[in-house]
Design a binder for this molecule. Structure first.
Ligand code: NOJ
Length: 546
């Protein structure tokens, strides 16, 4: 890693991921190199200079493996093959090498809880007779009631509907997500061995780390008890101790096996997507388990100073307790983009709002202003920050995509009560003109909303007041003022203000109230979320001072 992009260049000897900025690439929608309307590895490779100029330390690429894309690639057919629409393994290796050459690490997304129903193991399983060992790599069981016509348990799929689907021969298979995503049986030694081999396969090809999907899943209660009235949600921690399929103690032994493999290589990392109660998170971060775990509290918090303050204090303390750093996340490929989320009243359920409205509840300008302030809030904190592609462009949610283009299984499985996650997965606008605004030569797999020309990266790059310029300046300043140490002092500047001071002497202040406030004493303003702001700090603005 070159000195210019090394967050540890302050002379400390800390691993890159502790304070790094990770840029999340939803590969299907980032850049299309071959004109088929779907993003790919070559498209991403062509845009590496953009990511270097933005100033990120790493990219995390959503699943790129062979997949029918029934859930955007979280349904994997072969973990050693790249989905042909995205490229091939040679291209992946070249991408990793070139990114590394620019000082950018590459994190892959591993999906161990479930495979695709097209995976050879599942195909073998359903071709075999009930009781055949080929079935035992998945959870395939007899049903209940007369003729076994009732599912084995009352478990619900995270995407809606039951978590069991019946096979033609009468048995049922478990899928905590879509029916195209059967859950693997992690008690089976071949499942464990296979994932060890897959980890080594990618580590040998130079991958710098893994984001582990549904890290709190994997292990199921072998007695398969009913859950009762508890409902499922795509994002959210289990509310029950000793839950039948989330956050079971058995997952830790599995993780330790993976960690042992990573420790055999230099400088690699694993970050867990673990939706667990705060008091359980530290278990995943023990020295022989994950390096980091996502802290989703930020993206769950409404625009409220008290709640953001709590999230910051608790997040930093929880990570420090186990010697890790927090990962700050404002958005990702599963949630409404914050430019739209923050433009809705705090009590709005943004998952259902695109269907139920009211449409005029959305204040677009307010959302944009708050999203800029939130950027300074999260990028100034100690630890690592995850930026979701397009967040740096201030992209809004494409919440009004027509039903006929929706691809997310959530739309159908929720009985059309939730549009799902396509609105944050629309292909990026790179240029002001062209049929897909520079995304690629073909028709993009999801349509880009009218008006996105003005948000294109090339347009914003030339505008000092743009969201892209704000992110670039913030990431450059972050190296010196926010990534140089891990000290944090939360300041009390009033009930409507979130403020903290860093060990470097930088102070971040965000005004979440309705009235302008005075800036605390300072010698220099490093950055303001509103470039036109001067004097006092207006509502929904943020500032970095020293
Ligand atoms: C979490 C991923 O972020 C989400 O996109 C996916 O649908 C589920 N895991 C299932 O793999």
């Amino acid at each position: 890693m070159s000195e210019a992009t090394d967050p540890t260049s302050a002379g400390t000897d800390v691993p890159w991921w502790r304070r790094g900025v990770v840029y999340q690439v939803y590969i299907r929608s980032f850049a299309d190199g071959d004109g088929d309307g779907t993003g790919d590895i070559e498209g991403l490779r062509s845009r590496l200079p953009y990511l270097r100029d933005l100033g990120v330390d790493a990219v995390w690429i959503n699943p790129w493996y062979q997949s029918p894309l029934a859930d955007g690639g979280y349904d994997v057919t072969d973990y050693r093959v790249i989905e042909p629409r995205y490229g091939n393994v040679e291209q992946a290796e070249r991408l990793i090498a070139e990114a590394n050459g620019l000082g950018i690490k590459v994190i892959a997304d591993l999906v161990p809880n479930h495979s695709s129903d097209q995976h050879v193991w599942f195909q073998e399983a359903i071709a075999a007779a009930p009781g055949d060992p080929a079935r035992s790599r998945y959870h395939i069981r007899d049903g209940r009631g007369p003729d076994g016509a009732e599912p084995p348990t009352d478990w619900a799929s995270v995407f809606g509907g039951p978590a069991w689907t019946r096979l033609d021969d009468g048995q049922w298979y478990l899928h905590l997500f879509a029916p195209e995503q059967p859950d693997l049986n992690w008690d089976h030694p071949e499942v464990r061995d296979e994932f060890h081999a897959v980890l080594r396969f990618w580590l040998d090809r130079g991958i710098d780390g893994f984001r582990i999907d549904v890290a709190h899943g994997l292990v199921k209660d072998p007695t398969f008890p009913d859950l009762g009235a508890e409902t499922q949600q795509i994002l959210g921690s289990p509310r029950k101790a000793n839950h039948a399929h989330w956050d079971r103690d058995g997952v830790h032994e599995i993780v330790r096996g993976w960690r042992e493999i990573l420790d055999g290589y230099d400088d690699r990392m694993m970050v867990a997507e673990a939706w667990v109660a705060p008091n359980r998170l530290s278990l995943y971060l023990r020295p022989d388990e994950y390096h980091q775990s996502f802290n989703f509290s930020f993206l769950e918090s409404p625009w409220d100073a008290e709640q953001f303050g709590t999230v910051i204090t608790e997040g930093a303390a929880a990570a420090a307790e186990v010697g890790s750093t927090s990962t700050w996340v404002l958005s990702n490929h599963d949630v409404m983009r914050e430019t739209t989320r923050y433009g809705l009243p705090n009590d709005t359920n943004w998952r259902t709002w695109p269907v139920t409205g009211p449409v005029d509840a959305l204040d677009v300008d307010l959302g944009r202003r708050r999203a800029r302030a939130a950027a300074l809030l999260f990028l100034g904190l100690p630890g690592s920050a995850y930026i979701y592609q397009g967040e740096e462009l201030g992209l809004p949610e494409a919440w009004d995509l027509p039903a006929e283009v929706l691809d997310d299984p959530v739309w159908e499985r929720s009985g059309h009560t939730q549009k799902g996650r396509d609105g944050c997965r629309v292909p990026l606008p790179w240029t002001a003109d062209g049929p897909s605004l520079g995304f690629g030569d073909g028709k993009p797999w999801l349509p880009q909303p009218i008006g996105w020309s003005d948000l294109a990266a090339e347009v914003q790059a030339d505008d000092a007041a743009s969201s892209l310029s704000l992110y670039r300046m913030a990431l450059a300043l972050r190296r010196r003022w926010a990534a140089a140490d891990e000290e944090l002092e939360v300041l009390d500047l009033g009930a409507d203000v979130v403020a903290y001071r860093r060990g470097s002497g930088m102070t971040c202040v965000v005004n979440m109230g309705d009235e302008p406030i005075d800036l605390p004493e300072h010698t220099e303003i490093l950055l303001r979320s509103d470039p036109a702001g001067d004097g006092r700090l207006a509502p929904d603005d943020a500032v970095w001072l020293r």
